[in-house]
Design a protein around this ligand. Structure first.
Ligand code: THU
Ligand code: ZN
Length: 305
């Protein structure tokens, strides 16, 4: 059974897939499909979501749908970037979680995904409070049809409690990183100004307790559409999602357009950051959006002024 409300196509005459579903829309879909719970709805959405994956290297499409405590449903797909090493790929589960972060969702209760989540994704989910209780359903063939807790996929987890104090905010919890951009940028106007502001806002919300280097990245296309990504670190380092990848995912979610359409980009990061995103930003833009202009802004935390 597949929901018809989301078409999964951006072809003319068909509604494009949106990457967030409001609770009222979810209810409508449930009625249409005669489902009694939103958990049952999640897997029906995946075939359409999967079609939005950008996987020119593997041709392997993955779709994920996560139910937030707000009742909203967030989607994610995998992204592959031709010209870049494979480790720059974005996994559908990471995309979905960053999508939830961008919408200030405070908890994800259950996730349906079209393939088994890889080790990195299982680890990345550990950044969410009470991660072990997140329920996961794998819809791919031979995986059964039950939601099972993340603790059954990763029974002896390494995670934030190994490195952080209990009162440190975790990935979906409010962050207000204190940031003051250095220098006079009054001359920056229009799209450049909007991407700077969006990148700064993302840096304030970033989850970077392990490096102490929160950062944000934002892009704009020729139509002035602005999309931002906040850095989301992992206790295990490698499974984290950088702000550049997060912004590329936000661009897919917002516009469905080609990355080549990106014209402006801004990175906001700490002065002298021990973990810097500048090299990655240049590398990714050169590969997927070569005509984009990048401006890099540095900040100091107010205490360091
Ligand atoms: N992939 C995911 O999106 N999630 C997973 O956890 C497994 C792998 C993607 C990454 C890559 O684009 C493709 O599937 C093949 O590995
Ligand atoms: Zn994965």
């Amino acid at each position: 059974m597949e929901s018809k409300i989301i078409t999964g196509s951006t072809a003319e005459n068909e509604a494009p897939v949106r990457f967030v579903i409001e609770p009222s829309e979810a209810l409508e879909m449930m009625k249409e499909l005669r489902l009694s719970s939103v958990m049952e709805l999640l897997p029906t959405l995946l075939p359409a979501v999967k079609r939005m994956a950008r996987a020119p290297i593997s041709s392997y499409h993955v779709g994920a749908a996560g139910l937030g405590e707000s009742g909203r449903i967030y989607f994610g797909v995998n992204l592959e970037f031709p010209g870049l090493p494979l480790h720059h790929s974005v996994h559908a589960e990471q995309f979905m979680i960053c999508n939830a972060v961008a919408h200030e969702e405070r908890a994800i209760r259950c996730i349906a995904v079209s393939s088994a989540p890889c080790g990195h994704c299982r680890q990345f989910l550990q950044e969410i409070r009470n991660a072990s209780e997140i329920l996961i359903l794998i819809t791919g063939s031979g995986s059964g049809s039950d939601f099972r807790p993340l603790s059954s996929f990763i029974p002896e987890p390494f995670g934030p409690p190994d490195l952080l104090l209990d009162d440190e905010p975790l990935l979906l919890e409010p962050h207000d990183n204190r940031i003051e951009i250095i220098g006079q940028w009054d001359g920056i106007k229009g799209a450049a100004r909007r991407v700077r502001d969006a990148a700064e806002e993302a840096a304030r919300k970033a989850h970077a307790p392990y490096s102490g280097c929160p950062s944000g990245f934002a892009v704009a296309d020729g139509e002035g559409r602005v999309c931002a990504g906040a850095y989301a670190e992992s206790a295990a380092h490698n499974p984290g999602m950088g702000p550049v990848a997060a912004a590329m995912a936000a661009f897919v979610a917002a516009s469905g357009g080609a990355w080549e359409e990106i014209e402006e980009a801004a990175l906001v990061e700490k002065e002298g950051a021990v973990v810097s995103q500048e090299g990655t930003a240049k590398l990714v833009l050169a590969a997927v959006a070569p005509k984009a202009r990048l401006l890099v802004y540095h900040y100091r935390t107010p205490d360091a002024l």
